[in-house]
Design a protein around this ligand. Structure first.
Ligand code: TRP
Length: 444
């Protein structure tokens, strides 16, 4: 149970409430959501199971685990590079995650001060632009979020984390359901549902397919060794299949629920679904500003979101911190300050992406867009390829069957999806999106 809570805590976060709705909006809705769901179940499930089983077998930080198992399974210690890429991915993801979590922190205070009460769509939009446009405010809230994260990680958190998640996820669920009620009664619920669940395949490009796959990795916290690091603490008798299924279902449910809340509000207020990273910061304050008791519920909601971001931030730092502690003999506090300090500094690339440097655009857009693309759409899926190939091709059948308890149907499904489906599908979408595979059907 403690393990399920920890992994759920890492999975449920800004990815569900902030990133999923904004990506679904930017990528045109239904078709994106469908590809996302397909990726979650056909790729996410086998990757998560592979990651947990590797973690439990190695019982070390991801770098050391991959090196040890690589050797033990008769391959090479170079597999540690996969762990190393995960450490790097965690650092890069948290560098921008913390900035968005900082926005959430600031919005908690704004809600509490009644700033949104009765506000119009224009006012809420202007408030967002004014806040993110001031780099000092964004830097301050990013610094605040990182400072507390470093403090929690330095102190070692297992107990507190469990307690927090046990309360947090149900509370978030209750509030989302209340918001769903509001979204249903405030009109435009049908347009929201239609947008999310009517696939328009003409609008689907390989780029948005890759974004959907990247989001599946991001939201499930897989592909970077975080779940592997947690797996190191999993008791031998716990079912990896059951645990993964529980986490995947909970995480997906919360993301869909967030979408069902956000899009009816978007259409009811004539906002733009393709707004981008600001989407929830436009819609939710607007809704809270109109409903009775909105200041109170808005504050609670943003507080819960900040806590959900913390339980994820801890997981994002874990591979790097565990590596420094185990392989370089650092104390947990030293490791937390070193890793956290680095992440804080790198985060300024994202802090400035919304103000001073918002004109600095290259490749995928701002610095933030590029860090996000590199991590979610490249590093995590690539990590997923290596993790499934390692678990299902390099590790011998006996090792994996022992971890997954036997050779029944579930085991065969895992092995088939991890051997063939996941790595092939990931590489295919990836190569298609970067244009390295020719388009055979259209003759171009
Ligand atoms: N899953 C988290 C979210 O949806 C973000 C995340 C990605 C993460 N990778 C992670 C969290 C690794 C913890 C560990 O918000």
């Amino acid at each position: 149970m403690a393990f399920i809570l920890a992994v759920t805590g890492s999975a449920v976060g800004l990815g569900n409430i902030w990133k999923f709705p904004y990506l679904a909006g930017v990528n045109g809705g239904g078709a994106f959501v469908l590809v996302y769901l397909l990726c979650v179940f056909a790729i996410g499930m086998p990757v998560m199971m592979s990651e947990i089983l590797i973690g439990r077998r190695g019982r070390r930080n991801p770098v050391a685990t991959m090196a040890l198992l690589g050797e033990e399974e008769g391959s090479t210690r170079h597999w540690r590079l996969v762990g190393g890429m995960g450490v790097l991915a965690g650092i890069l993801i948290l560098s921008y995650y913390s900035v968005i979590a900082g926005w959430t922190l600031a919005y908690t205070l704004k809600s509490a001060s009644g700033a949104f009460s009765g506000a119009s769509a224009d006012q809420v939009g202007a408030a967002f632009a004014a806040f993110t446009g001031d780099w000092r405010l964004v830097a301050l809230s990013h610094t605040g979020f990182m400072a507390i994260t470093i403090f929690i990680v330095a102190r070692g958190v297992e107990r507190g984390l469990e307690q927090a998640v046990r309360f947090l996820v149900p509370a978030l669920l209750v509030l989302l359901l209340a918001l769903l009620g509001y979204a249903i009664t405030s009109g435009h619920f049908v347009s929201g549902v239609a947008f999310l669940f009517t696939p328009d395949f003409d609008a689907l490009t390989w780029d948005s397919g890759l974004a959907a796959m990247g989001q599946a990795f991001f939201t499930l916290s897989i592909g970077m060794g975080a779940v592997m690091a947690y797996g190191a603490y999993l008791p031998a008798e716990t079912s990896i299949t059951g645990t993964s299924a529980a986490v995947v279902l909970a995480d997906t449910g919360i993301a869909l629920l967030a979408g069902l809340v956000i899009f009816p509000l978007v259409f009811a207020n004539a906002l733009n679904p393709g707004e981008g990273p600001g989407l929830v910061f436009f819609t939710l304050p607007l809704a809270f500003g109109q409903m009775p008791g909105g200041d109170f519920f808005g504050t609670i909601f943003f507080v819960l979101l900040v806590f959900a971001a913390w339980t994820s931030a801890i997981g994002l730092m874990e591979p790097a911190v565990a590596w420094l502690v185990e392989s370089f003999n650092r104390s947990r506090a030293q490791a937390a300050v070193m890793v956290g300090g680095l992440i804080w500094a790198v985060g300024f690339g994202t802090v400035l992406s919304f103000n001073l440097l918002d004109d600095l655009r290259f490749y995928k857009g701002t610095i933030f867009d590029n860090v996000d693309h590199l991590t979610s759409n490249v590093m995590l899926p690539l990590g997923g390829v290596f993790i499934t190939v390692f678990a299902a091709w390099v590790m011998c059948r006996n090792s994996t069957a022992e971890e997954l308890h036997g050779a029944g149907t579930m085991y065969r499904i895992w092995r088939f999806t991890a051997r063939y489906v996941a790595p092939v599908a990931i590489l295919f979408v990836f190569l298609k999106a970067v244009g390295l595979l020719p388009d055979l059907t259209a003759g171009g």
